[in-house]
Ligand binder design. Sequence first.
Ligand SMILES: Cc1cc2nc3c(=O)[nH]c(=O)nc-3n(C[C@H](O)[C@H](O)[C@H](O)COP(=O)(O)OP(=O)(O)OC[C@H]3O[C@@H](n4cnc5c(N)ncnc54)[C@H](O)[C@@H]3O)c2cc1C
Length: 434
Amino acid sequence: MSGSNLFTENFKAEPYWWENAALMPAGNNQLPDSVDVLIIGAGYTGLHAAIQTARAGRKTVIIDAEAAGWGCSSRNGGQISTSVKPGFAKLKSRYGEQLAMEILSEGQASRDYIEDFIKSEKIDCNFETVGRFHGAHTKGQYEKLARECSEPSNPVFETEAFVVPKQDQKSELGTQAYYGGIVYPKHASIDPAKYHAGLLEVTRQAGVEIISYCKAEAINREMNSFEIKTTKGIISAKKVVVATNGYTSSLTPWLRNRVISIGSYIIATEEIPEDLMQKLFPTNRILSDTRKLVYYYRPTPDRKRVLFGGRVSLYETDPRKSGPKLHRDLVALFPELKETRISHSWAGFVAYTFDELMHAGERDGIYYATGYCGSGVGMASYLGKRIGQQVADKTKEVTAFGQIPFKGRPYYNGIPWFLAPSVVACRIRDKIGF
Ligand SMILES: Cc1cc2nc3c(=O)[nH]c(=O)nc-3n(C[C@H](O)[C@H](O)[C@H](O)COP(=O)(O)OP(=O)(O)OC[C@H]3O[C@@H](n4cnc5c(N)ncnc54)[C@H](O)[C@@H]3O)c2cc1C
């Protein structure tokens, strides 16, 4: 199969998740003249922050340039981990032992927070602690995983990870492409758009007004407040939270110079037969591997389709072009899916940072939480909550991600000119297994 034959007749260049949780239609609500808190961006970060400020009695409005949830929060792979990429040794050498431990603890806290929140608010979003199988794409990587597993280097929490050698891999995954792998049993999966829709309802119930298709165009500082110019008029706010993450722009130059927006691409296949699903994906685990240009994939919650994501191009591209490339890589792992077509292909912009860590805090009176480095389902929820508590003066405690330096780079002003060479370097490293 090649070219346009790869797509089903009903192919959509939009998220599969929108089939079960459509985005909120544009309302005709007016922008009020003034609020206590204005939040820009209606993804997980903005909504969790708003719940805190509204429940603390602050009049809160959220605006979004598109429909609420249009950003990454209804487009992602629905994989939940403890979200912190650098390990303890690296964190300790950068920030000292105490802060390194706090960072890792908050990673764990983000995983636990989202589970508790979903359960206590009774959000129907297929949350399940399914565990993750992380495949080793070379023998050397398998040995590294096995070493790490036998000498756990995380002094903060018990991951309960265990290795799966190649000869036992069949019980995890129907592919010969890996040299074994590691299982993290506590990682979880979710339907991200159903989670966003449920969260939106909780936010509304808390008394927050959500105004879609209302883009913030300028933030001006007044004496004791801010005046925000939007496409629906001007609003005055005592406090402002910027929750734009991978869609951060020249609206907030300080943040734009620190956040690297990178496209992440993903496809859903058409439905596949039950016995084939069982053979390829005998469990409901979420999946990823040791490549620098990591693949992330999983069965859909109904176990009828495969979702497969990754970075397949040097430059940002159209989902119609990324779809066939992802399909090629999917088939390299599972040749049985050669004739399986693509029903959906989409993309979104994730926010990376130069230190591979998320950041949350306040700058010149503007609050932010951002830079989840592709792991924002749990962490955007958690840091949204934490920043909301700060804004509502519910706590003076600053998250560990507000205590570490948030740096840009000389000659970087929001355009990632280094992305294509970095992708090439990662491809080479993946090929030689380094
Ligand atoms: C394809 C893909 C797969 C992913 N998979 C995973 C995964 O499996 N696990 C995981 O943990 N994370 C994953 N992520 C990342 C995760 O989805 C994000 O980290 C998270 O959703 C960020 O939430 P947010 O609320 O901060 O930002 P978003 O949900 O992106 O929301 C930002 C919002 O800000 C709005 N906005 C921007 N500028 C303005 C403006 N000027 N005025 C008004 N509104 C504005 C945008 O319209 C947007 O709706 C994935 C992301 C993508 C794209």
